[in-house]
Design a protein around this ligand. Structure first.
Ligand code: SF4
Length: 728
């Protein structure tokens, strides 16, 4: 289908300093866990986006010196020739598709914990970071400032050698240049502190250094948090934010503004989860920049709608559409818009599970919607193409939740004859409930994307409302292979990770106890609600919010150290805590449930036992004082979010009847998603995708090996030990 003419503006080239970008789709810097040390992953992840039509792709934040080392998290680094070689591979890959490569040069100041380098960062002041624990910087004197500026220039030259087209001085998210600019950080009284001109001096000198170093061959960009959202005393758009843009404009040292909002300690205000912020939420802050400068301006806001993107360009609010999460969820978003295939865009759901991996530290980024994200190199997966099989084999997929839908879709793309059978009247599985929680409606895109794709596949039949299949039904169905994707359910007995046992008296068949599923099935919920949460992600807190919105009084008890701790990694936690406070949801953390009776739960503090061992091994007795303190909490309805249980009865019965498979001409029966082991939605979708990709392996239940990027002993690395000035 041809492109909609109203989207033509998105495909016009644009000049950025000495470079020309072929269109207006720009993958802003974002982390993937590859850095400079996994060059294959780095190059092929970004390269996939280049193939998918993005006009420019950036590294994640890229450290310019060991003084700025973000270990345990993974940043890129441009410290030496080894990094130049590794990052050049990314640029070579991008350039094959006419895509520009960008590097976000980063110096973190006190926000760099330096756990690997053991260096000390320098900064405008020596105050500890509000983002890291126990991380102080050395207050830079004027010689230090000259050194720091030189670091940017030297790193820029290495970036040029690595083939980068766009070189950033990164000041968003409260890193070093913004630490000089913002009075929240900068308490200096010399020429780099006090007035706006003084506070802006460092950033402008760094830009000037970089411009002089590489400005004739590379475009110079900067990322500015135009408003840190702290109110007065920091950076506000209507004050220092826009005034700084004007100051930089006078210097003529910049080719591209990349503007966002927020800081690093609460960077969910920038990478807003869909629970709180819809696409375009930053525009009210960033719209003004374009009016006061004459160089290209780009901004992010998790936009997936081509109409909205085009409107930003035609209205003159932005020149370029910046995107991180939409490019992860669909690396082929530009090409799909270009080809008029809007319905094929795999829209980001704003869950921030991608970000959770960076926040956790080392593991590679994953994406809920796009199971191939970061698997381009190590597993050789392409998001839009699949190894076709020439087969007459038919596959029965039982269960159309996230794992089953994805498995059927990928098997269908590969050419299998697939029947996807769903007991209930609609596909979607647990997503049907999840999207009804406050703020989570966009999570329904998990289903809508797959519904559209399944409808297009002529070799996939989707049967809904067929009721639960028995083992006999499956054996007699006539499929060559079977995939069981029957999901999981919340324990009806309080089975939990604290005791690994049910909770005494907890029985969801009683009228005063509900599982989340029962709440959605309209089981009656009384006025006073007690949510017990042993899960720690979105279900307990979402249920609490949903019920408080219905006028209930809600208490939440969790065994964990804070409510919904996984939401710290998805950047939802700060605003979830504000929501709880504002809506009057009361919490009790580090407590668990001993016993449930009608109207009252007996709760205990997890650390009520003696704080030291007070005996040696004594059979039948704990070697410390056993605490017996309890608290009684009254309720009308207790909501049990203690743990999930796989719906694996069908799978286990079929496995037990393996001797009957051959007679029924069944070659294999496998399980995917929560019915094998409950996990994140991203894990369930990955599981369905992975087994479909590897369906012809000897036992697709278990994954094929992937390429591991690591130093292999006996091969040269950079830097060499002989590069050191002193061997001590
Ligand atoms: Fe979007 Fe979630 Fe994928 Fe991140 S993990 S890109 S937020 S769908």
């Amino acid at each position: 289908m041809p492109r909609d003419p109203k989207h033509d503006c998105l495909f016009e080239p644009i000049k950025i300093g000495p470079k020309t970008m072929k269109n207006r789709f720009y993958q802003v810097p974002h982390c993937i866990g590859a850095g400079s040390e996994k060059p294959g992953t780095q190059a092929l992840n970004r390269g996939m986006k280049a193939e998918g039509g993005w006009g420019a792709c950036n590294t994640e934040y890229c450290s310019i010196s060991p003084e700025s080392d973000d270990t345990h998290r993974v940043s890129a680094r441009i410290w030496d020739d080894g990094d130049v070689i590794n990052l050049r591979y990314m640029n070579d890959t991008l350039h094959k598709h006419g895509c520009l490569g960008g590097i976000e040069m980063w110096y973190g100041g006190p926000h760099a914990p330096n756990l690997e380098s053991r260096a000390v960062s320098r900064a405008p002041n020596g105050t500890a970071s509000e983002f890291e624990y126990l991380t102080y910087s050395h207050e830079a004197d004027e010689d230090d400032i000259k050194d720091l500026i030189k670091l940017y220039g030297e790193a820029a030259k290495r970036a040029e050698q690595a083939g980068f087209d766009i070189v950033y001085v990164y000041g968003g998210h409260s890193y070093l240049p913004l630490q000089f600019l913002s009075p929240f950080f900068n308490k200096r009284t010399d020429g780099y502190g006090g007035s706006l001109e003084n506070r802006a001096r460092f950033w402008i000198e760094a830009l000037t250094e970089v411009k002089e170093a590489v400005g004739s061959t590379c475009a110079i960009a900067t990322r500015l948090a135009i408003d840190t959202l702290y109110g007065p005393g920091s950076l506000e758009v209507a004050d220092d934010g826009l005034k700084f843009v004007e100051l930089v404009a006078k210097e003529g040292v910049l080719d591209l503004w990349d503007v966002n909002i927020g800081d690093i300690a609460e960077w969910g205000e920038d990478a807003g989860p869909s629970r709180f912020y819809k696409a375009g939420h930053q525009r009210a802050w960033t719209n003004e920049v374009k009016k006061i400068c004459d160089i290209p301006v780009l901004g992010v806001s998790r936009e997936t709608s081509a109409d909205d993107m085009a409107a930003h360009i035609t209205s003159g609010r932005l020149d370029i559409i910046g995107a991180a999460r939409p490019s992860i969820s669909d690396p082929f978003l530009p090409n799909k818009i270009d080809e008029g295939r809007i319905e094929d865009v795999r829209e980001c759901i704003g869950c921030n599970v991608c970000i959770s991996r960076w926040e956790i530290g080392g593991p590679p980024m994953v994406c809920t919607q796009n199971a191939t994200a970061n698997e381009e190199y190590r597993r050789g997966w392409h998001p839009e193409s699949f190894n076709a099989v020439k087969t007459e084999e038919s596959v029965l997929v039982v269960g159309a939740g996230p794992a089953g839908m994805e498995c059927a879709r990928v098997l269908g793309e590969r050419g299998y004859d697939v029947h996807l059978r769903e007991a209930s009247s609609e596909i979607g599985g647990c997503v049907k409930d999840i999207m009804r929680y406050p703020g989570l409606s966009e999570w329904g895109r998990i289903t809508s994307y797959r519904q559209i794709q399944l409808d297009k596949l002529k070799n996939v039949e989707v049967h809904t409302g067929v009721g639960e299949m028995s083992a006999d039904d499956v054996l007699e169905y006539g499929a060559d292979k079977v995939v069981i994707a029957t999901g999981s359910h919340w324990s009806t007995t309080g089975l939990n990770s604290v005791s690994h046992d049910p909770v005494e008296g907890l029985d969801a068949s009683k009228p005063y106890i509900c599982t989340p599923e029962q709440v959605f099935q309209k089981k009656e919920v009384g006025k006073r609600v007690l949510v017990i949460d042993g899960d720690g992600y979105f279900t307990g807190i979402s249920m609490a919010e949903m019920l408080v919105d219905q006028g209930k009084e809600v208490n939440l008890v969790t065994s964990l150290g804070s409510v919904a701790p996984y939401t710290h990694f998805t950047l939802e936690a700060p605003n979830l805590h504000r929501m709880m406070y504002e809506k009057g949801i009361h919490e009790k953390t580090l407590h668990w449930v001993e016993k449930v009776e009608e109207g009252v739960a007996t709760i205990y503090y997890l650390y009520r036992d003696g704080y030291k061992r007070d005996s040696g091994p004594t059979l039948g007795k704990m070697p410390r004082r056993e605490g017996t303190d309890v608290i009684k909490m009254e309720f009308d309805t207790l909501i049990s979010v203690t743990g999930r249980v796989p719906n694996d009865q069908l799978f286990r019965e079929l496995r037990a009847r393996k001797s009957e498979w051959e007679d029924n001409e069944i070659k294999g029966i496998y399980a995917v998603g929560d019915c094998y082991a409950p996990g994140l939605l991203a894990d369930a979708i990955f599981s369905g995708h992975r087994i479909a990709r590897e369906f012809e392996s000897k036992n697709p239940q278990h994954a094929q090996p992937w390429i591991r990027e690591r130093q292999v002993w006996g091969h040269e690395t950079y830097p060499k030990i002989s590069d050191r000035e002193v061997l001590g």
